[in-house]
Ligand binder design. Structure first.
Ligand code: PEP
Ligand code: MG
Length: 893
């Protein structure tokens, strides 16, 4: 097994083995682009280390051989006293992880070689600056010293000098600072800063391995659903220097705007600076376009390379580069992160450029991004009269409209959000320690840093609203306040609004408007119009591709005409679940109460007769809204006590009435009924088909209402396509009894009304026994609809109403699952029951219609599963329909 690859040996498809950074460095090397030579240690080596606590035995010799080769190529040895080869050691996992240890630069510098570097560079200041950076980064990331100690010492040195930035410190200042830094390392770690260059390198490599399991990295992976067992690769790369004077510098660039998708020159450049300075937002950068006047040759070469990369990767790339005394070097590239809006726009732009086809365009976007685009935005027109005022204008780093109370540290952000407050995390700039706070906040506001600052990159990754670099705002984290021009001071707890699409910051709560994408789905905005929003056009095109290729149909969970109509506008091809219990709420609850309390057949019949026309009216409206499309009506499902008053409340009422000697006969009867119907475990009790079997006339009334409504619609020249669905069936016998009675009623209505109703009858599969005996159940069902909410509840034995609030956080933290099985289908358990029920059902009845109507029907990952399991449709809430359509398309593309 080979653990080390030279950059010339890898390629971009080896991300599993070489990590994203290593694979792309290799790809660029092989494209002939100027990449400083180096090598990559594989994720396999990392995995061996993480499993056993030791590097694989062969690793040391392999690293030595590759280091030898690198030294020969560069004509100097690592840390050589008179002319040292210096290297960077960088982590690089398969997926980019900003929460992880990133980079140690300048490895190879020591008390002995710093002079050699000074002589070679002809710049003593530069050499000492490089050395202090090494001790600082190494101390913090490899030896675990608190980074603030170095920062404070650096600030102190600047203060002593009256220097505005670190560039103003001279060689002697830096020499002294190196001594201070070495002192910090010795004091904090009990050992001296290592002078042996190979030891520096080996420790850094090991630290990268260890960083895979750091708290921040684990948290980030959980958030992003990245598996914990991938490991990270380590890149060892010869150093080039952007801090060798004004003809040197470093920058980051995007081949298009990651916020809008627009083509152009996007990026930041910082002269006379090294690596992390740009990303950290420590000094302020200039727009990349200014590089043209600073160093035209490098600028032109960079533009050419960016074009090469975009055509090669056929996608937006982001790039890190360094210019060392007028020579351009590429330090990193990757397919760049982008906002949801940019993802849609770029995908269609690339289709138009002929770089990708429509199927690929579909793969380039996803349902989570579409969902993000459906969030509301600030109402610019109403800002004037809403009493809010703009206090700043920063960089639109990650779109969305966020309103919340200003907080100035992550701890408060987490604490307040736990108690239900919406907060905006306000920082001068963020660093990986702020990750928890960023997750807890509605949005993030910083006063420093550009589009590529930590805050911007991480917020975009999380889909969180972010405005960064709002420079006229002064953030004082100690005093917990924010000062804006004109003497405005915002204290902790004051409400602010930030617009991640424009970069504007407001004091007060800005009114919000719906997103243009929702306006488009609602039919209030047309993609064909000349002035249509570019984003709407892109969404329209991508949805059209998705609809063209998808096999799964998409229906809605809706139980009133309004939701049904919206669902239809959003592209629903029918209703997959109408929960009739929702029709028994409000004023009708009383009628249900009468039904439950009925002592005699007559009383019961009267109650049912009163409910019947109301039910029928509901169905007429629903069938009308979905005319020509299937509407699955589920007969009553929940336990009856849900329609009765709370047992404790009622007991108190009865007791009070008794004490006051007031008449309370009705209350008492009600209380007796509540006691009679009380169950310890109602979700496993008298509900679903069991109700139909023991409450005489209930299902009959519902079936009659459906049949009569359908007959009315036929009389009105409509096209009703009702499907009657029986919930919570566990055995075919239950279904047989209900079916026989339903067929009798339907036939009766057909005879009486002189119509052919073409009603079909099916069942939910939401109990393990139903799934296990699906072959028998299919004898008696025209369709199955998987009720994956109850199926998940019963397969896992997890109470769906309780577990998320009680122990799921602990389960997620322990990695027992990466996401709640109520959110994303558990493929191995619940999913395998679904698959076998599909097979058994179809074996009995090849034309069996199959769908799913649990919450999973609108979850992107689950939609892919249902596609592969061979279902005919998914059904989800109206707002998730576009997402389900898109994901169904992606699953088929
Ligand atoms: C289900 O159990 O998945 C389902 C759709 O039914 P309900 O959520 O109404 O129990
Ligand atoms: Mg259910």
């Amino acid at each position: 097994q080979k653990f080390v690859y030279d950059f010339t040996e890898g390629n971009k498809d080896l991300k599993d083995l070489l990590g994203g950074k290593g694979a792309n460095l290799a790809e660029m090397t092989n494209l002939g682009l100027p990449v400083p030579p180096g090598f990559t240690i594989t994720t396999e080596a990392c995995k061996v280390y993480l499993d056993s606590g030791e590097e694989p035995p062969a690793l040391r010799d392999e690293v030595s051989a590759h280091l030898d080769a690198l030294e020969r190529k560069m004509g100097k040895r690592l840390g050589q006293a008179d002319d040292p080869l210096l290297v960077s050691v960088r982590s690089g996992a398969k997926f980019s992880m900003p929460g992880m240890m990133d980079t140690v630069l300048n490895i190879g510098l020591s008390d002995a070689s710093v002079a050699g570097l000074a002589a070679q560079a002809g710049d003593e200041r530069f050499a000492w600056d490089s050395y202090r950076r090494l001790i600082q980064m190494f101390g913090k990331t490899v030896l675990g010293v608190d980074g603030d100690l170095f920062e404070e010492a650096l600030e102190e040195a600047k203060r002593a000098r009256g220097a505005a930035t670190d560039v103003d410190l001279d060689a002697d200042d830096l020499k002294a600072l190196v001594e201070t830094f070495k002192g910090i390392v010795s004091r904090e770690t009990g050992r001296d800063f290592p002078q042996d260059p190979r030891e520096q390198m080996d420790l850094a490599i090991r630290a990268v391995f260890d960083s895979w399991n750091g708290d921040r990295a684990r948290l980030y992976r959980r958030q992003e659903r990245i598996p914990h067992d991938l490991g990270t690769a380590v890149n060892v790369c010869s150093m080039v220097f952007g801090n060798l004077g004004p003809d040197s510098g470093t920058g980051v660039a995007f081949t298009r705007d990651p916020a809008s998708g627009q083509q152009g020159v996007y990026g930041d450049y910082l002269a006379n600076a090294q690596g992390e300075d740009v990303v950290a937002g420590i000094r302020n950068t200039v727009p990349l376009a200014e590089l043209e006047t600073i160093d035209k040759a490098s600028y032109d070469q960079l533009m050419e390379i960016m074009e090469t990369l975009e055509n090669h990767y056929r996608d937006l790339c982001d790039i890190e580069f360094t210019i060392e005394r007028g020579k351009l070097w590429m330090l990193q590239t990757r397919v760049g992160k982008r906002t949801a809006a940019a993802a849609f726009r770029i995908a269609t732009q690339l289709v138009d450029q002929g770089l990708i086809d429509e199927a690929e365009a579909l793969r380039r976007v996803n349902g989570a991004q579409l969902a993000q685009l459906m969030f509301p935005r600030f109402d610019e027109n109403r800002i004037g009269d809403s009493g809010v005022r703009r206090i700043g204008w920063g960089i639109a780093a990650s779109p969305g409209a966020a309103v919340g109370k200003a907080v100035f540290d992550s701890y408060t952000a987490i604490k307040w959000s736990r108690s239900g407050e919406k907060v905006i995390l306000v920082r001068r700039e963020t660093n990986p320690d702020d990750l928890d706070g960023m997750i807890a906040a509605e949005g993030i506001l910083t006063s420093r840093g550009g589009k590529t600052s930590h805050a911007a990159v991480v917020a975009r990754g999380m889909g969180k609203t972010c405005v960064c670099g709002a420079e006229e705002l002064e953030v004082d984290t100690k005093k917990r306040c924010l000062s804006a021009p004109g003497g405005v001071v915002i204290e902790e707890g004051d409400v602010i609004s930030i617009d991640g699409s424009t970069g504007k910051v407001y004091l007060g709560e800005v009114p919000v408007v719906p997103s243009p994408v929702v306006e488009y789905f609602e039919g209030r905005m047309h993609a064909g119009a000349d002035d249509a929003d570019e984003l709407v056009k892109a969404v329209h095109r991508i949805m059209a591709y998705a609809d063209r290729v998808r096999r799964l149909r998409v229906r809605a969970n809706a139980d009133n005409a309004e939701d049904a109509a919206r669902a239809r506008r959003f592209g629903a091809q029918g209703i997959g679940l109408c929960r009739t219990e929702h029709m028994f709420l409000g004023e009708r609850r009383e009628l249900v109460e009468r039904l439950i309390l009925a002592d005699t057949d007559t009383e019961r019949e009267q109650a049912l007769a009163a409910l019947m026309p109301l039910q029928k009216g509901d169905f007429v409206e629903l069938f009308e809204a979905m005319d020509g499309l299937p509407v699955t009506v589920r007969l009553l499902d929940p336990p009856l006590h849900e329609f009765l008053p709370d047992i404790t409340e009622l007991s108190v009422r009865v007791a009070l009435a008794e004490a006051r000697k007031e008449p309370h006969e009705n209350e008492l009867r009600l209380l007796q009924a509540v006691h009679r119907l009380h169950e310890q475990n109602p979700m496993l009790g008298l509900r679903g088909v069991r109700l139909g079997l023991v409450v005489p006339g209930l299902f009959t009334m519902q079936v009659r209402a459906i049949a009569e409504a359908a007959a009315d619609r036929i009389d009105a020249k409509g096209d009703p396509r009702a499907e009657i669905m029986i919930p919570l069936v566990g055995t075919v016998q239950e279904l047989e009894i209900v079916r026989e009675e339903a067929e009798r009623v339907i036939a009766e209505v057909e005879r009486a009304r002189g119509v052919d109703l073409e009603l079909i009858l099916g069942t939910m599969i939401e109990l393990p026994r139903a799934a296990l005996t699906a072959g028998q159940i299919a004898e008696c069902a025209d369709f199955f609809s998987f009720g994956t909410n109850d199926l998940t509840q019963t397969v896992w034995g997890f109470s769906r109403d309780d577990v998320e609030a009680s122990f799921f956080t602990a389960y997620l933290e322990k990695g027992i699952f990466g996401v709640s099985p109520f959110e994303t289908i558990d493929k191995d358990g619940v999913g395998s029951l679904v698959r076998s029920a599909v097979a058994a059902g179809r074996a009995t009845r090849p034309d069996l219609k199959l769908g799913v109507c649990g919450e999973h029907g609108g979850d992107p990952e689950s939609v892919h599963f249902f596609h592969s399991a061979g279902l005919d449709y998914v059904s989800c809430s109206p707002f998730r329909i576009p997402v389900a359509r898109l994901e169904a398309g992606r699953a088929a593309a």
